[in-house]
Design a protein around this ligand. Structure first.
Ligand code: DQA
Length: 154
């Protein structure tokens, strides 16, 4: 069976499409979820795409992923910059993590440059809008196939 990648979206990402479109674009979260499903199918992965405004719920999902998922793609929204609880959950779950942000967090306010999630991530993709999730899935496919001795082409 194909590995399932849990894609976790944090606070306010449910508002994509109408939320500060000059920064985050006009794509909705449902459209990004559909893009991820297509991309994952091409890559031989399954995705479980979720969003929550609650730090506690996100920590719970990451804990549950430990037994179930092959990896995590995380856009923790503002919790990226504040949540040691999410960092600890990511470290505890011991799965590969790819961090995503729609905006280029390094070109914005100084407080967005620090990411707790980065400390648990293999790498970060930011600044490419919704397309960043497709790039993250490509990166994850390579990581998962390298780990599992899959049939990735050279
Ligand atoms: C974000 C960047 C965060 O700084 C911000 O709080 C978000 C969205 C992004 O995807 O660009 O909510 O994670």
């Amino acid at each position: 069976m194909e590995p399932t990648i849990l894609i976790v979206n944090g606070p306010n990402l449910n508002l994509l499409g109408t939320r500060e479109p000059e920064i985050y674009g006009r794509e909705t979260l449902d459209e990004i979820a559909a893009l991820c499903a297509d991309k994952a199918a091409q890559l031989g992965l399954a995705v479980d795409f979720r969003q929550s405004n609650s730090e506690a719920e996100i920590v719970g999902w990451i804990q549950e992923a430990r037994g179930d998922a092959g990896g995590l793609i995380v856009n923790a929204g503002a919790l990226t910059h504040t949540s040691i609880a999410i960092l600890d959950a990511l470290l505890a779950c011991a799965l590969p993590v790819v961090e995503v942000h729609l905006s280029n967090i390094h070109r914005r306010e100084a407080f967005r440059r620090d990411s707790y999630v980065s400390q648990a991530a293999v790498g970060t993709i930011c600044g490419f809008g919704g397309h960043g999730y497709a790039l993250a899935l490509e990166a994850m496919a390579r990581i998962v196939n390298a780990d599992g001795g899959g049939d990735e082409e050279a």
